[in-house]
Design a protein around this ligand. Structure first.
Ligand code: FAD
Length: 310
């Protein structure tokens, strides 16, 4: 039985666990894979005060910082069902895939999100070697180079506008017959002379020289013709999917499946908090996830001092 059970071991979960342990709460962390998205990241240059680091290094630091405290870390454990406290029972219950049930007075959901992938040949091979998902993170690595953005929704066109200020040229490839981004973004993109927009384009392959991306192939869906584009980077912007499939009907979600939180990180269920990329926060970054983990943890502490059972 915990005072605070954190579900997720990325930057948000790690930060929440440390804040909770420092308040003297009996804290547990359940993580499918400790480190989260950071474990898959190559270069990190925007974690303020650390000029440059790598994902695995930051994960090791996160873990050693959490282990400085008396936190029960349960790695390689997947939460599959959450039952909020009801009536006189003060405990929320988390069912794990292995069949065990954990009980806690407060729960903090920090299960993160995953980028939707193109699922084309070369994407996995060149992930982090030219295939990127986060323009805020990796844009500057392509300074002066040619890149593509896959996806013409708001995030794709925002990425194209952002990147066009840094890179030499941006080609936007949209699958549909037209862009889905807001008009104001479309107008802005159209006004920039180093953005080319191609609609009805189905990306079919990421090309590379064995070590880095050097182009991509796409099919023009109108004519069926194959085309190649030479470039150094591909930003895939076809959606960020929150890991909340198992939470539908338990806490309120946005239509996109993000957990709705208030300014203290509390969800629609009293005593259940959430932080990081899994929530409806508009920007998804390591430093933001850590900050929101701290906020939600302090929110949970405030909740406990008012509602906890001895
Ligand atoms: P995550 O990191 O997604 O962690 C989620 C955690 O929850 C994981 O431990 C996962 O295993 C666990 N989990 C999920 N579901 C369950 C479940 N049901 N039960 C138990 N555990 C579960 N941001 C930057 O600021 N700078 C960068 O340079 C940068 N580069 C990036 C590069 C790549 C390739 C990617 C993918 C992301 C990058 N980001 C970067 C974004 C950054 O990684 C995320 O914003 C951040 O990791 C979000 O933290 P989080 O803790 O909310 O979620």
């Amino acid at each position: 039985v915990f005072d605070m059970l954190v579900v997720g071991g990325g930057p948000a979960g790690a930060s929440a666990a440390i804040y909770s342990a420092r308040k003297g709460l009996n804290t547990g962390v359940v993580a499918d894979k400790f480190g989260g998205q950071v474990a898959e990241t190559v270069a990190i240059e925007n974690f303020i005060s650390v000029k440059a680091t790598e994902g695995p290094k930051l994960v090791a630091n996160l873990e050693s910082h959490v282990r400085e405290y008396d936190v029960d870390v349960m790695d390689n454990q997947l939460g599959v069902k959450l039952t909020p406290s009801q009536g006189p029972n003060p405990y929320h219950e988390l069912l794990l895939e292995n069949g065990a049930t954990l009980k806690s007075q407060t729960l903090l959901l920090a299960t993160g999100a995953r980028w939707r992938e193109m699922n084309v040949p070369g994407e996995q091979e060149y992930r982090g070697k030219g295939v990127a998902y986060c323009p805020h993170c990796d844009g500057p690595l392509f300074k002066g180079k040619r890149v593509a953005v896959i996806g013409g929704g708001n995030s794709g066109i925002e990425a194209a506008i952002d990147l066009a200020n840094i890179v030499e040229h941006v080609t936007v490839l949209e699958f549909d017959i037209q862009l889905r981004a807001d008009d104001v973004l479309q107008r802005k993109a159209a006004s920039m002379n180093n953005i080319t927009i191609i609609t009805q384009a189905m990306t079919t392959q990421v090309l590379g020289d064995g070590s880095r991306v050097n182009g991509l192939n796409y099919t023009d869906r109108a004519t069926g013709e194959q085309h190649s584009v030479e470039l150094a980077g591909i930003f895939v912007q076809i959606g960020l999917v929150p890991n909340t499939e198992w939470l539908k009907g338990v806490v309120d979600l946005t239509p996109r499946g993000e957990i709705i939180v208030d300014e203290r990180g509390q969800t629609s269920v009293p005593g259940i908090f959430a932080a990081g990329d899994v929530t409806n926060t508009p920007y998804k970054q390591i430093i933001i996830a850590m900050g929101s983990g701290a906020t939600a943890s302090l929110g949970a502490f405030d909740y406990l001092i008012r509602h906890s059972v001895p």
